[in-house]
Design a protein around this ligand. Structure first.
Ligand code: GRF
Length: 194
């Protein structure tokens, strides 16, 4: 490894527990990525505080004022380029990107999804898993592409679905493995790029 860390941005819309797990991973001196920017489209996203506490620059870019997906994505793209970002991690970022943006960042943008993709893409994931009677679920880190939750898979972690699970109990079990999986996946991707 050259010693240079991969300049990484994290995009969030809410709580930011996955952002926090990435911030914590980056605290290790041998971690191959550093977070140089956190972008939220939601001004009150709780996760912004994790970034502020860690001294990481934040940008709030609300999507509403932009007339199209492309216009919003162009602003995100500008912020990423201004910060000289090489890798983007989406962590609970609740906007679908334009094909333009997905293609522009292809191979340099990751997403985490709380199911064993290709099963259960989209929203209300844990409800879907329980309704389908699955006996296991998990989390997936994948490359983001223009098709929602469908890009090449980088890493997965599995958890059991237990009798009596509710969407909330299952979500909590999956989230716990997400917090290990995302830093591991980012390490793998970043090590290829250093
Ligand atoms: C996680 O379950 C993630 O897989 C999904 O959205 C949730 C974000 O949680 N994409 P947090 O904001 O990282 O706590």
């Amino acid at each position: 490894m050259s010693g240079a860390r991969v300049r990484t941005a994290v995009l969030i819309s809410g709580r930011g527990s996955n952002l926090k797990s990435l911030i914590d991973a980056c605290a290790a001196s041998d971690y191959p990525a550093e977070i140089v920017l956190v972008i939220s489209n939601v001004e009150i996203a709780g996760g912004l505080q994790f970034a502020r506490d860690a001294g990481i620059p934040t940008r709030v870019i609300p999507h509403k004022p932009y007339p199209t997906r492309e216009a919003f994505d162009a602003e995100i793209d500008r912020a990423l380029r201004e910060a000289d970002v090489a890798l983007v991690c989406e962590a609970g970022f609740m906007r679908i990107h334009s094909a333009w943006f997905a293609e522009r960042w292809a191979g340099r943008i990751l997403n985490i999804h709380p199911s064993l993709l290709p099963k259960f893409p989209g929203i209300r994931v844990h409800e879907q898993v329980l309704a389908a009677g699955e006996t296991e679920s998990g989390a997936t880190v994948h490359y983001l592409t223009a098709d929602l939750d469908s890009g090449p898979i980088i890493a997965q972690a599995r958890v059991p679905v237990l009798p009596g699970d509710t969407p909330e109990t299952l979500a909590a079990r999956v989230l716990e493995v997400e917090h290990k999986l995302y830093p591991e996946a980012v390490r793998m991707v970043a090590e290829r790029n250093t």
